[in-house]
Design a protein around this ligand. Structure first.
Ligand SMILES: [Zn+2]
Length: 165
């Protein structure tokens, strides 16, 4: 809120300082500051600094939102091979996600040259991992998902309601 106020009274530099404090205060909220920070850096004409900060967030927290913002920058600027490499390195941390998979597909499709084998291998690895974490069974009565088949649902205690997905 402090950042938003500073931005509204026309002080993007102060707003940047406020938004960046979120990282120390509670990194769970980093996703919330990406868009307003981008506005701030655009207002002071330092898009490059924004990219640097995103890289910093990615290196230290590895969350998906800075990755998405970086991916957009890569697509706009058509290139930035180091950013590509950074995303490839971080995309499976802390664990593969559907967001990550979607982002990687998006990046692969935005590349003008043919999709490289490394991309495909990484995509395959991620989808395998995601499928492994997918529950195989679900109770049709209460919605409980399970990795193994129960004849009696451990949650709602109905018989024969747990079905393979
Ligand atoms: Zn159930």
């Amino acid at each position: 809120m402090e950042g938003q106020l500073a931005l509204e009274r026309g002080d993007p530099k102060q707003a940047i300082l406020a938004f960046q404090r979120v990282e120390q205060q509670d990194p769970d909220y980093i996703t919330e500051i990406i868009t307003p920070l981008q506005t701030c850096y655009q207002e002071i004409g330092q898009a490059q600094e924004f990219t640097h900060y995103l890289r910093h967030l990615l290196e230290h927290h590895g969350c998906i939102r800075p990755m998405l913002a970086l991916a957009n920058i890569i697509k706009q600027q058509d290139g930035e091979p180091q950013l590509f490499d950074l995303i490839l390195e971080k995309i499976q941390n802390p664990r593969p996600s559907l967001h990550g998979l979607d982002l990687l597909l998006d990046l692969a499709l935005s590349k003008k040259d043919t999709i490289s084998r490394n991309y495909l291998l990484l995509l395959k690895e991620m989808s395998t991992q995601l499928l492994k974490n997918q529950p195989a069974y679900k109770c049709t009565h209460c919605g409980l998902t399970a990795r193994k088949l129960y004849w009696q649902c451990p949650s709602c205690h109905q018989w024969n309601t747990v079905k393979p997905l």
